[in-house]
Design a protein around this ligand. Structure first.
Ligand code: FAD
Length: 364
């Protein structure tokens, strides 16, 4: 008999497993995929650590969480500075003085602010009614047309004029020549990939991969006292109120016989006509001296059964549905729900660790 059955070996389930083992609890972790790690899984291809489920950069302002994750791996000093390719011209991101100089030739913050003010004014006093108007209100037409419109339309699979304004609450604009995407104090990539973090967390713990909870539920419930469930909450309740919606992604990965393909880890393609949103060149996250490189093209996709549920669509309808499932989850005995799928919300890695450590305080 195990004290805990943990469904899902992602960062949430693995943090719980590691901490519970430290408390002397017996733990079984099950994972429906053929490998541990959930979406932070990295795989060695051609001696390069490939982020299998999308680019992952660890960043946080929380020193405790930074120290916590550094127990499991040494991090490098990677700084995320993506660039945008719009019709063959490169622009720095996030929008900063470099971008404004590339767009308009302006030199000083004052000139850049004046240009943005002038461009925003085309909307007059109108309250934005869709994403296009909201973006123009925030950054003006040039940035919207070149760097926001096509990218966002590909992400959501529909015209910006048909998307609600609330999707873009703010667009970070920086009046310094600083291309560092994140404002956080701590940032980096684990040297040798993320999978080692999960391996170390799960060391000495029983783990069964290729095991779907719902196919073995009777047996698994009988051999465990308490369940921690980090899978999709609607699936747990057999979709009794209906399905929660997600956006998915499709990845096309190839090995290229060149040591350096695009000179940067992340290049966004912001024009509508290019079907992918970005190309990741993995070796720039964790540099290695190899004759080859591995790149991944990322294509946004409508989610359907069989595809990975990557991003929750937190509109009113889905959030109301989630609240119904959450109420049901409170009635389950000896079962805890946590992680991005069970809580139907987007979490960064540092937030997932913090949320697991918080939830663990409630676990016997
Ligand atoms: P998951 O990693 O999804 O783990 C859940 C696990 O449960 C999965 O392995 C799944 O297979 C398993 N499971 C589900 N149902 C069952 C079942 N019935 N039986 C058995 N197993 C089951 N965060 C950052 O901090 N920085 C980034 O740059 C970043 N980039 C991201 C890019 C993308 C494309 C995405 C999608 C996310 C990104 N994140 C990033 C977020 C990060 O991936 C999450 O914070 C983290 O992976 C969440 O961990 P989790 O354990 O909650 O979920």
């Amino acid at each position: 008999m195990y004290d805990y059955l943990i469904v899902g070996s992602g960062l949430y389930g693995s943090t719980c497993a590691y901490e519970l083992k430290k408390r002397g609890k017996s733990v079984l972790v099950i994972e429906q995929r053929k490998h541990i790690g959930g979406n932070i899984y990295t795989e060695n291809i051609s001696d390069i650590q490939v982020h299998k489920y999308g680019a992952h950069i660890f960043h946080t302002n929380n020193k405790e969480i930074w120290d916590y994750v550094n127990q499991f791996a040494e991090f490098n000093r990677y700084t995320n500075s993506p660039v945008a390719n719009f019709k063959g011209k490169i622009y720095n991101l996030p929008f900063n003085m470099n971008t404004f100089n590339q767009l308009w030739g302006v030199i000083t913050p004052e000139q850049a602010q004046a240009k943005i003010d002038e461009q925003q004014s085309e909307l007059g006093q109108k309250t934005p009614t869709n994403l296009e108007e909201q973006a123009i209100r925030l950054v003006g037409r040039d940035i919207y047309e070149k760097l926001v419109k096509g990218y966002t339309e590909k992400q959501w699979g529909r015209p910006a004029t048909e998307l609600p304004a609330f999707i873009i609450k703010r667009l970070p604009v920086r009046f310094t020549y600083d291309n560092n995407y994140f404002n956080d104090k701590f940032q980096g990539i684990p040297i040798g990939g993320y999978t080692q973090i999960i391996e170390k967390m799960l060391a000495g713990i029983d783990v069964r991969c290729n095991t779907d909870y719902f196919q073995h539920r009777d047996e698994l419930d009988q051999i465990s006292k308490t369940v921690i469930y980090s899978g999709q909450i609607d699936r747990y309740f057999n979709y009794c109120y209906g399905k929660l919606e997600y956006r998915s992604l499709r990845f096309e990965t190839e090995i290229i016989s060149k040591p350096n393909v695009q000179g940067n880890a992340v290049v966004n393609y912001t024009e509508r006509e290019v079907p992918y949103t970005r190309i990741i060149e993995h070796k720039h996250f964790d540099p290695v001296d190899t004759p080859n490189s591995v790149i991944t093209k990322e294509y946004p996709a409508e989610w359907e059964d069989g595809l990975e549920p990557y991003y929750p669509v937190n509109n009113e309808k889905n959030d109301a549905l989630y609240r119904q499932y959450r109420e049901l989850s409170k009635l389950e005995n000896n079962t805890f729900f946590g992680g991005r799928l069970a809580e139907y919300r987007y979490y960064d890695m540092h937030q997932i660790i913090a949320s697991a450590l918080k939830d663990l305080k409630k676990m016997p």
